[in-house]
Write a protein that binds this ligand. Structure first.
Ligand code: VGL
Ligand code: ZN
Length: 224
């Protein structure tokens, strides 16, 4: 499944039941960062433009922030003889190990300075439990503890969520899939996200799984 094969929703008008979730736009996911996502910095200006549309139409903008303690179990450095990219599947971790990234309080964990964070109503931090990763903005990878995002959105009467940011095949993907399970109508802003594609093919399978789950795709031009 390629981005070119997707069909996009048209004429989306934002209202107060809509939320824009901007996922993990932090220095460590930018091209010079610890866990670089190719062209990750090229989507910032467009994300800011869409965030302005949400705010001008009473939509709710929420940021997520990957926020790991040092020695997090998703880091290859937490195991002897393991390298970033090595496979590890255990409860709440994997499918691969990562370089150290987004360590709490470090420069790499900060939002890119060009991101207009002032447009956001809330910031949800995730991944701070040392033993469990949290790709999804909603719930940790062991599917046990919620981040509070679903409760926040429900209390604000949000019906539709729109997802953009980094990385397409990890945190954006899992947030979108869980969004359906939490009862939201989910829209994926495909050209406002960039993927890691590790293991190779994960971008394609993420797009396929999202389509099959009923997630809708939108382009930045879809908004009226
Ligand atoms: C992410 C891998 C590890 C992401 C976060 O933001 O997509 N990916 N931590
Ligand atoms: Zn992480």
């Amino acid at each position: 499944m390629n981005i070119e094969n997707l069909t996009f929703q048209k004429k989306i008008k934002i209202n107060s039941n809509d939320s824009l979730l901007i996922i993990d736009m932090q220095y460590d996911f930018m091209p010079m960062g610890a866990l670089p996502v190719k062209e990750g910095d090229q989507i910032i200006d467009d994300i800011n433009l869409i965030a302005e549309i949400f705010r001008n139409n009473n939509g709710i903008v929420v940021l997520t922030q990957d926020w790991h303690p040092k020695n997090h179990k998703s880091f290859a450095s937490s195991y002897s003889g393991r390298e970033p990219g090595d496979e590890l599947r255990s409860e709440g971790i994997g499918p691969i190990l990562w370089p150290d990234h987004c360590v709490q309080g470090t420069q790499g964990a900060k939002f890119h300075r060009k991101l207009k964070t002032d447009l956001a109503k809330a910031i949800i931090r995730k991944g701070y439990n040392i033993d469990v990763d949290s790709y999804s903005g909603f719930i940790e990878n062991d599917k046990k503890s919620e981040t509070g995002l679903a409760g926040l959105l429900k209390s604000l009467n949000i019906k539709r969520i729109f997802i953009c940011g980094l990385a397409l095949d990890y945190c954006c993907y899992f947030t979108a899939m869980d969004g359906i399970d939490f009862g939201f109508e989910v829209y994926f802003l495909v050209n406002l996200t960039k993927g890691i594609d590790l293991p190779p093919g994960s971008i394609s399978s993420s797009l396929e799984n999202m389509k099959n789950k009923g997630i809708k795709f939108v382009a930045k031009e879809s908004f009226v």
